[in-house]
Design a protein around this ligand. Structure first.
Ligand code: SF4
Length: 259
């Protein structure tokens, strides 16, 4: 069967059922990333991401915006996953790399660097030399939403991409969840992956820690306040707070393999 491709050469997915099918069939992260990049399943978000890419922010007027869904970043042997909310309109939606090119990214990549998980403390554009070690970073929703607020329907439509991404990390032991939206989005993903979930669901909070048992052994969820400017400007999230969560993640990831 011939797969339709968009003008960027990415295989096209247009429906929620198509997302589920296409995600399930992705055999590796490179295939998954390409399929995510060609997703058009949420009409409201497609319109928004493309409108933002067309109008641009004045300070980025000379740049070509990505204007597509933003895939995850990091190696397949990652033991830690970091899951955020969604790309920023002029961050990931501009640069094409998750958390790259905005203040939230400045925070998370600097923290990953301090934790020994990133090769450099900054992430400005594809090709800037950044490499991650032992960690994969992704968003629960892959398209920039208006007001940073995806709908529950958009969250659910997008969730098979995240489910498949986590399934393609065979050494995964810890998921650091940035913010309550990602925390909520993750439960159905983990249930579908065969993890036994506690009832009632543990509440999200900074430093929340939940151990799950599943088909691939133990997986620990760690909660952190999101690295949004709303939190970092107000001091609700400080660098030591974020560093402590990532230190706990690296401790758990190492301990699970006896290192
Ligand atoms: S939010 Fe997810 S499911 Fe919706 S169009 Fe973007 S990539 Fe596709």
């Amino acid at each position: 069967m011939t797969v339709a491709r968009d003008p960027g050469g990415f295989p096209v997915t247009r429906t929620p059922a198509g997302v589920a099918r296409s995600a399930r069939g992705a055999r590796d992260l490179a295939t998954l990333d390409a399929r995510i990049s060609g997703c058009y399943a949420c009409p409201r978000l497609v319109a928004w991401r493309e409108e933002v890419a067309r109008v641009k922010r004045a300070s980025f007027r000379d740049q070509d915006y990505w204007g597509r869904p933003v895939p995850g970043l990091g190696p397949a042997d990652a033991r830690i996953a970091v899951v955020g909310l969604a790309p920023a309109a002029h961050g990931g939606n501009r640069t094409g790399r998750v958390f790259t090119g905005d203040r939230s990214g400045d925070w998370i990549f600097a923290a990953l660097w301090r934790a020994g998980l990133a090769s450099q403390p900054t992430s400005t554009h594809i090709g800037d030399g950044l490499e991650l070690t032992g960690v994969r970073i992704a968003a629960a929703v892959r398209c920039a939403p208006p007001d940073n607020a995806p709908t529950p329907e958009e969250r659910d439509t997008c969730s098979p991409w995240l489910a498949r991404e986590l399934a393609l990390l065979p050494d995964l032991r810890v998921v650091v969840v940035l913010g309550g939206f990602g925390w909520t989005a993750l439960w159905p993903v983990l249930a579908a992956a065969g993890y036994r979930l506690p009832r009632p669901r543990p509440a999200f909070g900074h430093g929340a820690e939940v151990e799950l048992e599943g088909p691939r052994g133990r997986l620990t969820l760690l909660g952190s306040y999101h690295v949004s400017q709303q939190n970092t400007f107000t001091g609700r999230l400080t660098e030591p707070m974020l560093d402590a969560v990532l230190a706990r993640a690296t401790e758990l990831a190492g301990r699970s393999t006896g290192e």
